[in-house]
Unconditional design. Structure first.
Length: 205
């Protein structure tokens, strides 16, 4: 998710990639239409795809980071398991989300395109925090559609009723790893990250 636009990091054909849209799939919930998909049968294949995608990800220089991620990266792995003895089949999905770090404008020195990127990153992270706050408070309305990042966590049921996808409720599990810098000069960013982590930890549904 770069500047509130979806990018296919695995698109390798000539010409402009097709337009990407967020839609609902009855089997898998919220998906991105027209995005590149690959059938994989080993961790080696998965690692190669993730490495290829990482090379295409938008990065840029700021005063705080020489190779700062300027986008949020989402890698979706859809799994199918078959029990031949029982004749049953199970489906599951694993979403690996690498969030771009929040940066204070006065410290990043961002101008021009870097400024626009920073503003969009901070806006989407703020939207994510709002979603977790609404979840923790068990509010009837969770504002998933405030950003492309949070929209990808939303879904519409076939009946038209808004529901939360399994990644944030139901039988699913969500694990968040928050990285902080130990330097005293980064204490403000570390405090903000820990506050965000504490906010997320309040969600139990």
């Amino acid at each position: 998710v770069y500047n509130e636009q979806l990018r296919d990091l695995l698109y390798g054909e000539a010409g402009d990639p097709p337009k990407l849209t967020i839609m609902h799939d009855d089997a898998w919930g919220t998906v991105v239409n027209n995005v590149s998909t690959y059938e994989v049968t080993s961790m080696e294949q998965i690692n190669l795809l993730m490495a290829k995608a990482a090379k295409q990800r938008a990065v840029g220089y700021t005063d705080m980071n020489a190779a700062s991620s300027r986008s949020h990266s989402i890698f979706a792995l859809y799994l199918t398991g078959v029990n031949e003895a029982l004749g049953s089949e199970l489906h599951g999905a694993l979403h690996l989300v690498d969030l771009a770090g929040s940066e204070r404008l006065d410290r990043s020195g961002a101008t021009g395109e870097r400024l626009k990127e920073t503003q969009n990153i901070n806006k989407s992270l703020s939207s994510l925090a709002t979603v977790f706050s609404a979840k923790a408070a068990r509010q009837a309305h969770v504002p998933f559609r405030d950003s492309k990042l949070t929209y990808l966590m939303d879904s519409c049921h076939r009946s038209g009723t808004r529901i939360l996808e399994p990644c944030l409720s139901g039988q699913g599990k969500t694990l968040m790893v928050v990285n902080v810098a130990p330097e005293e000069s980064n204490s403000h960013e570390t405090l903000c990250s820990l506050r965000f982590a504490n906010q997320v930890s309040q969600c139990d549904t």
